[in-house]
Design a protein around this ligand. Sequence first.
Ligand code: AMP
Ligand code: MG
Length: 410
Amino acid sequence: MIELDEARSAVLDHAAPLPATKAALESALGCVLAMPVCTTLDLPSFDNSAVDGFGVQVDDVAGASEGSPIRLELTGTVRAGEDVSGVALSKGKALKIMTGAPVPADVEAVIMREYCREEGEFVHIQRPAKPGENIRRKGEEFQHGQQVLDAGTRVTPAVVGMLATVGLTEVEVHRKPRVAVLVTGDELVKPGTALQPGQIYESNSFALAAILREMGIDDVQLLHLRDERAVITEGIRESLDDSDILITVGGVSVGDFDYVKQAMADLGVEQIFWKINMKPGKPNFVGVYRKESGADTLVFGLPGNPVSAQVSFHHLVKPAILKMIGVANVDRQGLLAELATDIQHKPGRREFLRGVLETKQGRPVVRPVSGQGSHMQGGLAKANCLIDVPPDCPGFKQGDQVFVELLTWR
Ligand code: AMP
Ligand code: MG
């Protein structure tokens, strides 16, 4: 039996960023850039107006004020998207210009519409202008050839926007892992079928598939295997070669029909560890299957209790997936929060209580939910975090600061 921190680093030692592949902009969200991105454009790519206003030459409006505005003749209007290569502004005149419209070469400043009063063919300017005022200059943010995004950047909505801004339709990202999820158990039937005595509805494949969907993992194989050694061995064998991560659920403890560990051994999956000193999620198996291609399959045998399965996924599988897709920092994401109630704890095992974290009067406050059994999904369904109770801790008092990990999947 090992401690969770040790287990996590052992898992991460066996996970590596996957090779680069091209992703269309529409499907790159959540991926990690495998290469830096450079722009072939200047940004902005031409001088353009930051405001709706009037383009002027600075000398023409010197001394203008609200009390004594300067009247200039209007020579035209420039709309966004227009070609202004043939547009000129002569001395003593003004051009109406819209936000984002190109600024013709001899316009020295754009005065906001709010400081101008239009009257027929004329505009009354009520303030002086500084050279370059309200003009977004060509190349002021980036010049063509310059790097705009680093390798290792997580593709957020803002990054998608940046990629589109430089005109890209696809981008080099780390490939996502192909994942197989094999649930085991003779008692399990699909929702939608009538339950016979002794049967329960199979829920882990649904929950884990949903987690994988939230993580942006789309290549997922789901399989239900009966508790028979040959069936389990064959099921795992068939999925090993075509997956980067293989997850079995259930059948990994010490019951008479828990065949997962035997099957792993029969198939040559090298055990990295079995059993973690934590609750929920003690009977966790992690191993590695060495393929001829040299690309190993990371194998997780998660416990079957639904809460244990999801919490174990959070602790072990999630960081492995994040590392494989190229995320550099896969440290636990959490914070200190004030405990709203006392917590009892029997020293010995590290425990993760399901909790609700809220901000109250600007401070993070957490309370454990009711229903902490590892078979009780109601508690997990209410929770948004895990409260980390160290192994030797005799419990906490209301008002104590505790570390909470956010139950998020990205
Ligand atoms: P096991 O780890 O196979 O001993 O299962 C532990 C508990 O979790 C048992 O009560 C199982 O019935 C339950 N369980 C296992 N797999 C699933 C599943 N896929 N969906 C719902 N409950 C499950
Ligand atoms: Mg079972």
